[in-house]
Design a protein around this ligand. Sequence first.
Ligand SMILES: *Cc1c(COP(=O)(O)O)cnc(C)c1O
Length: 397
Amino acid sequence: MDYTNDYNAYFVPTFSRAGSPIVKGKGSYLYDAAGTKYLDFGTGIAVNALGHAHPALVKACIEQVKKVIHTSNLYITPPHIELARLLVEHSFGTRVFLCNSGTEAVEGALKFARKYTSQKSPEKYHILSFFNGFHGRTYGAMTATAQEKFHKGFGPLPQGFHYAVFNDIKGTKEVLDQNDYAAIIVEPLQGEGGIHSATTEFLKFLRDYASEHDIVLIFDEIQCGMGRTGTLWNYEQYGIIPDVMTLAKPLGGGLPLGAVVCCERVSSAMSPGSHGSTFGGNPVACAMGCEVLSIVADAAFLQQITESGTLLVEKLKELAMRYLLIKEVRGAGLLVGVELTCEPKDVIAACRGNGLIVIGAGSNTIRFMPPLNVSAKEITAAVKLFEKSIQSIHIGG
Ligand SMILES: *Cc1c(COP(=O)(O)O)cnc(C)c1O
């Protein structure tokens, strides 16, 4: 059966997809219907943090499905309370709001921030974000995503959003001084935008500015959080603590789950009925979330991520010395970007043809985001497949 024709026939054309459907995953590998095996260094865009079919996640999921699948937030369930407790115990936050995706976590964070500042200073409603950042596709999160291509044709956009250049302290201060802000939202490490880390000075400036003006500093750790960069949260590496942090992607172990982690000051602005979600905190997703968080928060596990990341970067840098196609290798932990001197599309396709899944970031970068428990052997194998793929591009012209 040709699924490609059906895909093209039945879906709103928001994605261009082809190739044999994926039918199975195990550890760091995916398998398609044609029987081809792929080393998965894309992990469903940093979602499958423990690889595929991790026994603890499968068990947690099946056990919870048998107990109760959904209750809504009209009732409480043990997994959703347990997950909130774990998130608070392992972060700066004192309270959490649970939702179903990254974009919803961002919407929640922006709403909480505006609610907070509206109490004392209603004129403080502006929101600052940074060029090349990514925060999601719903209206608030999309408008905070300072990339023209995501806005085109969807106006009018919500009001009060402003943008500044990432890591540019002077320019950011100018934009901040022009309006009364409720929030600053920033990715400590821009993922979709091409794997760019914030500087410590920049985040420190944002922290100081937010504290001085009593506005809300939001770190979007949807992609760079949950162990991805070698510490449980990326902000730990800077020693800078936000007021609110958004989480999603890997949090639910593959099921849709997002969270807004808040300090007490911001969460105290909210009251029953002021925000909500029918599915948010779904007990099956939360049961898996508890497993993911318990496994990843372990110090030895985190140490292993740093070591694996160092190995991956070393091997990619070796390639960079031999292939002009590679301009730069950068990143943190197991969120690694390889900037190319050409568009990454053909290289990504060549990789898939050779049994390696990687994904693009920004306009010229390939993202390597293997499972956090990837083995050294798998890293070596992936870099070999990547080399084979760039060789084929080289020779082909
Ligand atoms: C993916 C992503 C989002 C949006 O998450 P969705 O679950 O796709 O809505 C927001 N912020 C960052 C940093 C992301 O990487």
